[in-house]
Design a protein around this ligand. Structure first.
Ligand SMILES: Cc1cc2nc3c(=O)[nH]c(=O)nc-3n(C[C@H](O)[C@H](O)[C@H](O)COP(=O)(O)OP(=O)(O)OC[C@H]3O[C@@H](n4cnc5c(N)ncnc54)[C@H](O)[C@@H]3O)c2cc1C
Length: 413
């Protein structure tokens, strides 16, 4: 679907690298390229990120994964988040993961691998769980648990703001209200074709632009043509639409995920980080409230932001939480929202070179916030030097979907 979009009225600008998408991944990549002295354009249809996953996530940060590359990306990112802890609201209160019999044996087998990768993690019996978290008083189906003190919770908006501030300090140019509608990657350089709106766009306009995938959107605003040595696609759940502009595909599936905020009344979880239950429900303290999520396995792939409200809470969340802890009896729904998971078939992100002059980092399958720092650094290194710092990252390239060398991440909800 690559079209010649040349417009004689277009403003023309030139950069070393142009990044499409300014969520946490695009912003981290912009910072990393700026640090390396490159001139960079960071482009988004909505810099405030109203539809973006970076604005609609649960803020969990963990290196407790089963794929070594996921452990490594999170560990490196966590070390960076520790260095700017107060700026990004990083609360390192740990992850408590409760396992059923089916997963517990594998969780135990993974402990030495996780520790080898510098991830501090302990195994707990149900009895030890009761001693650490007295709120949990029902142990049906728990074979064991892990607790990882270095994991925790982050404010992803502050993290994104940090990346952008650093990027600006390195003279990265941010384009807001700018929609990429065409890509041409020739032997000499790459060209991006943008329309930049002169006034703020409504939610409906942003949603329509992001989800249209036939290039048929009528032109609007100011035409801009950007020439660059390389382009980086960091368009999250919309990466398949952007890749299609360059005649490339991606197996990414956009899947709606819903989060609820509940009034905890007499219960406070402020001493704990994230808790994952065997039932798939996860929850953590959120100011005076509790934030809880659950991912129904039957949810179809779609660009849907419909929030099912109290009905979702009463049907999927509250029964699972109450089944684990009787103190949640009086938990009451307050509010919530829906956002998009950007899932790959093996639940690991896509990072690498997609074609000559076209690089990509997207589809982090619900772990993009916690891996964003390392992902940005690795993509920048690939663009600048042609290789990764951590050779494991090579496995995240798109070639794995053709060769079958998948990095299936089983510790995923
Ligand atoms: C409910 C929920 C809970 C989650 N919980 C966690 C969690 O606890 N921890 C964690 O690490 N991750 C979590 N995630 C996943 C995490 O939010 C994502 O992996 C991460 O935000 C992806 O960042 P991104 O920059 O790749 O994509 P996004 O943040 O979606 O950014 C992509 C950007 O690209 C722009 N764009 C797309 N196409 C175009 C175009 N043609 N022109 C211009 N701009 C374009 C969009 O406007 C958007 O701003 C969760 C996600 C959801 C929905």
């Amino acid at each position: 679907m690559a079209k010649n979009r040349t417009d004689s009225a277009a403003t023309r600008e030139r950069y070393d690298v142009a990044i499409i998408g300014a969520g946490v991944i695009g912003s981290a990549t912009a910072m990393a390229l700026g640090e390396r002295g490159l001139s960079v354009a960071l482009i988004d249809i909505d810099l405030s990120g109203r539809m973006s996953s970076s604005e609609r996530n649960a803020g969990g940060v963990r290196a407790t994964w089963w794929q070594p590359v996921n452990i490594a990306l999170s560990r490196e990112s966590i070390r960076y988040y520790e260095s700017i802890r107060s700026e990004i609201g990083f609360r390192q209160k740990g992850y408590l993961i409760l396992y059923d019999g089916a997963r517990w044996a594998q969780a135990l087998r993974m402990l030495p691998i996780q520790r080898d990768l510098d991830h501090p993690i302990e195994a707990l019996t149900p009895h030890e769980v009761a001693a650490r978290v007295p709120e949990i008083d029902r142990f049906d189906g728990i074979a064991g648990a892990t607790f990882s003190a270095g994991d925790g919770l982050i404010n992803s908006n502050l993290l994104k703001a940090h990346y952008r501030e650093q990027a600006r300090a390195h003279r990265v140019r941010l384009f807001d209200r700018a929609f990429v509608h065409g890509i041409e990657a020739g032997p000499g350089e790459a060209r991006l074709f943008l329309w930049q709106a002169g006034a703020p766009l409504t939610d409906a306009q942003v949603a329509r632009l992001l989800t249209q995938d036939d290039g048929g959107e009528p032109a609007f605003g100011r035409p801009i043509e950007i020439r660059a040595d390389a382009i980086a696609i960091a368009a999250g759940a919309w990466a398949p639409n952007v890749l299609r502009l360059a005649s490339l595909d991606s197996p990414t599936a956009a899947v709606r995920r819903q989060l609820c905020v509940a009034d905890s009344r007499t219960v406070t979880l402020e001493n704990y980080g994230m808790i994952f239950d065997t039932s798939g429900v996860y929850f953590h303290n959120d100011g005076p409230h509790i934030l809880a999520g659950y991912s129904p396995p039957e949810e179809p792939s779609a660009y849907s932001f419909k929030f099912d409200g109290e009905d979702f809470f009463n049907r999927e969340i509250w029964p699972r939480m109450y089944a684990r802890a009787s103190c949640f009896e009086r938990l009451r729904f307050i509010s919530g929202w829906a956002g998009l998971y950007e899932m790959t078939p093996d639940r690991s992100g896509i990072l690498g070179q997609a074609a000559p002059r076209i690089f990509e980092a997207h589809s982090f399958s619900a772990h993009g916030v916690m891996q964003s720092y390392a992902a940005g650094q690795e993509l920048a290194e690939l663009i600048v030097s042609g290789g990764f710092r951590n050779p494991e990252v090579r496995g995240l390239g798109r070639a794995r979907f053709a060769t079958g060398d998948l990095l299936y991440e089983e510790l995923h909800w």
